[in-house]
Design a protein around this ligand. Sequence first.
Ligand code: BGC
Length: 719
Amino acid sequence: MSNNFIVENNFLSEELQYKETVFTMGNGYLGTRGTFEEGYPNENAATLVNGVFDDIPIVYTELVNAPNWIQLTVFIEGERFRMDRGKVLEYRRKLNLKNGVLSRHIRWQSPAGHTVDIVFERFASMAQEHVLAVRCQVTPVDFSGQVVIQAGLPGHVDNDGWLHWKFLDQGQMPEGAFIEVQTKKTAHMLVEACSLRTDDAMAVYAYQDCHWCPTLVASSELALGQTLTADKLVTIYTSRDVESPRQTAIEALQEVQAQGYEALREANTAAWAEVWEASNIVIEGDAAADLALRYSLFQLLIAAPRHDDRVSIPAKSLSGFGYRGHAFWDTEIFMLPFFIYTQPETARRLLLYRYHTLGGARRKAQAEGYEGAMYAWESAGTGDETTPKWVPLPNGELIRIWCGDIELHISADIAYSVLLHWQVTGDDAFMRDYGAEIILETARFWGSRAEWVADLDRYEISDVIGPDEYHDHVDNNAYTNEMARWNLRAALDVLEWLETSAPDKLAQLITALDLTSERLAHWEVVINKLYVGYNPETRLFEQFDGFFKRKGVDLADYEPRTESMQALLGVEGAQEYQVLKQPDVLMLLYLHEADYDQATLQANWDYYTPRTDLSYGSSLGPAIQAALAARMQDLEAAYHHFIHAARTDLQDVRGNTSDGIHAATNGGLWQAVIFGFAGLRFTGAGPVVNPRLPEGWTRLKFRVCHRGRWYDFDLSATQ
Ligand code: BGC
């Protein structure tokens, strides 16, 4: 890997919050935003431990901001180091994508005129996910004197003003301190324990028992040019992980202390090397694309659970408060392929999350009067629906959000990804024990949801929202109906497979899910008679009934713009127009490539692309649009969409990076490269590529795992 660093050479306070997201680091267990160790009043510090949800009004539940383990304050001859006082003479921040280590070098002159070099470094260990570390090195440049380091565990941290924690205990232990807190409603306990050591044999240590913030202090007298190295080691456990988080965290801290910072860092680097061995992609000839892509994969890797199969990846990963840590179809349709092909064990865990949350999906179906499993549009700990019904617009007006009620396609999307996982990994045991039930339960939902329209002799699905959320309460959304049909067909296929491969399991599922022959016959009828608006002459799918009759729009008329078309036309106004938030029909064609010919793709591309708000609609769109454009050999359009998507967070192109990483975009970028530019397909004869590399790309190198076997690709451009 050549291009491994995200670097920032200036500290600009106006970029503070978006850069906090960009410099998020983590290890799949937790994510910590790129705030500074010394803390600032306008910062948005957050550490999100996946799965630690607590209740809150309106949005039901959210991931809870954990005690701020990175906190470390430096005092130079009594003056507190902070970059908004005194003078910052040199500044450089670096995120090392190779091993997840975030570092910062500052030369600072205190208001009293003492100049110091300070180097911070921190990581969340990829080798031991409960282990975190901060190193701080201080060197007096033009004085000799006292340097004091304070390292605390502040537990009084909130989510945008909402305090989820109840204080349980804190205290001192040999060479360390701990804090124990508990979420108010869900009663998850969380303990952080930390130690502080320096390399100065003469340093004086103390413990300050500040309520909510147990703090360790180390004080040293430094000579001019002498470097003090202080290491804060932290362990973190919750009652989701172990029975007694306090005891485990304290014991683990002792072990970690015995290893020391350097050894921990080495183990972390080694663990990362293994991860990258499977997941890295190298692009030569386009350094910006190479780095942006690696950054995207890094963000996916630090958000993905490595040991927990009861959590998913939130839409904003573990990097911000946006969408409150809820998971959407973003995980299955956009991110999962990356994991299926490069980290299959992680993919399996992510799908197990959907298996474990079948209970919530069944409750939702039942509450709505349907059968089977109707997955939550926004899902958290239990799988019950957590989409807020109302959200305030920036002007304070409340708008009704219908996605939790009628954005149904997620159930089929999840079934789709279960089948994809099976095809790619060949993991029959997973399909037999878990996957089949997901596909059958979602099929039962569709079977009960499809409405028979006798006059027209067909089934319909009315009153839904498709992927294009600019239009709600629409009938016969092509994406939804085709995915429902696909889901029913997949269920019948899986039943056939179980018949020969796992008859006992089949018998069990037939009884448990009431899979009578009448029900299966009904599925066949729905498959054959589910209506979709498609014109064989034009080859166009109508996105939903009456879409073609909505008002036309030329997006060019609104340029230049800095807002979404929905913001410009209004929530109600946008409904009247043929303007899309994100690909909808095209998404269908993308997912079912083998079922549609090039002419159909071209016709729908030509129709829908100019009507799609790719710059300010959903961030999910551009990467998929890039993959499709590459498939159609339109490399200019493909690269344009690809690079737009690749800049989403690094350049804050949508202005909302401060809310968190756009994780679906990251997954979409991987797909654009692998399925778009490399043109990877698996045929009966094995993997085949059909490369169409953007101009300037001289080499594209990646690996994928198919049915347990790794395939290495090293594609070069012939100029
Ligand atoms: C998009 C959805 C997406 C959600 C979470 C919305 O703006 O329209 O497709 O699932 O964001 O990323």
